[in-house]
Design a protein around this ligand. Structure first.
Ligand SMILES: Cc1ncc(C[n+]2csc(CCOP(=O)(O)OP(=O)(O)O)c2C)c(N)n1
Ligand code: SF4
Length: 285
């Protein structure tokens, strides 16, 4: 007997590598929301997919590049931004986006994060911050609040957590925003703004790791955590980034904090060349 079930098309089929679905992410994980918001932003902007490149490092979030149907790179741990910089300089016409985790971007990749923002490389970084190294079993991360429990902080974390928006602002990012994984519409709009912004743009997404962070801290399932983050966040556009520290189960300030102009790396390079010639002052041409 023929099945009467109609095979429904996935609404994002054009943007996702459907042959890789089902994805690896746990039920209740917040990474999918960030990827959905990104896909919706790309759909809304109507990009030609040949003009877009997505780069990720390693980690659960780092798998994002593998599911998006553009040219993409799943790179080494912490090196997504370095690869993205290379891609952008090799083909300045491309829109280059990095989607990766807080550990990947702010720990092992922290140096690249700072210097890409300083140079104002024209890329957009979407950082899924779940306060933990999830893929490797829930170790403490630079973002872990005090005194959260992790597999490597069994008595609670006492190290001062990094405030990533503050770091990227101080380094020179031209666009900095933060949302929670349930702020789907605002997250999408923010990603659109970031993609449209010439220079280094950064969107942080506060998301649950339902598997490790929530279990060891007895915070319920992923949906409980997402709802908690949503209900306990307050939108404060333009808030100074020094006020954006995140405490353990405390209020989270979200919004658009930085939207400013600086010459991009390519613009600076072009004007330098115009002023100094091909090889700078010592050029003997
Ligand atoms: C050079 C190197 N060091 C360590 C690892 C192990 N490793 C893989 S993913 C990861 C952390 C990922 O954490 P995060 O970026 O926060 O991503 P999440 O899994 O939480 O999304 C680590 C330490 C690695 N793959 N390569
Ligand atoms: S381990 Fe955590 S971060 Fe990784 S897919 Fe599962 S819920 Fe998401």
């Amino acid at each position: 007997m023929k099945s009467s079930l109609k095979k429904e098309k996935h609404p994002m089929e054009k943007l996702l590598r459907m042959d890789r679905i089902p994805h690896i992410w746990c039920p209740g994980c917040g990474i999918g929301n960030a990827v959905s918001a990104f896909a919706e932003a790309v759909q809304k902007l109507n990009y030609d997919l040949d003009e877009l490149c997505v780069v990720s490092g390693i980690g659960c979030t780092g798998r994002a590049a593998g599911y998006i149907k553009t040219d993409s790179f799943h790179t080494t741990h912490g090196r997504g931004i370095a690869y993205a910089t290379g891609v952008k300089l090799g083909n300045p016409e491309l829109k280059v986006v990095v989607i990766s985790g807080d550990g990947d971007l702010s720990a092992i990749g922290g140096n690249h994060l700072i210097h890409a923002a300083r140079r104002n490389i024209d890329i957009t970084v979407i950082c899924v911050n779940n306060f933990i190294y999830a893929m490797t079993g829930g170790q403490v991360a630079p973002t872990t609040p005090n005194p959260a429990y992790t597999t490597t902080s069994p008595f609670g974390n006492f190290e001062a957590p990094v405030n990533i928006p503050r770091v990227v602002e101080a380094a020179g990012a031209v666009y900095v925003a933060r949302w929670t994984a349930l702020h789907m519409r605002r997250m999408k709009e923010s990603i659109i703004e970031a993609l449209n912004k010439p220079g280094f743009s950064f969107v942080e997404v506060i998301a649950p790791c339902a598997m490790y962070y929530s279990r060891i801290n007895r915070l319920g399932d992923g949906l409980n955590m997402m709802k908690f983050y949503y209900d306990n966040s307050v939108i404060k556009h333009g808030e100074p980034t020094e006020n954006l520290d995140i405490g353990y189960q405390e209020e989270i300030i979200i919004g658009k904090f930085i939207d400013r102009e600086r010459p991009t790396f390519s613009e600076s390079l072009k004007s330098w060349k115009e002023e100094h010639g091909k090889g700078g002052e010592g050029d003997e041409e």
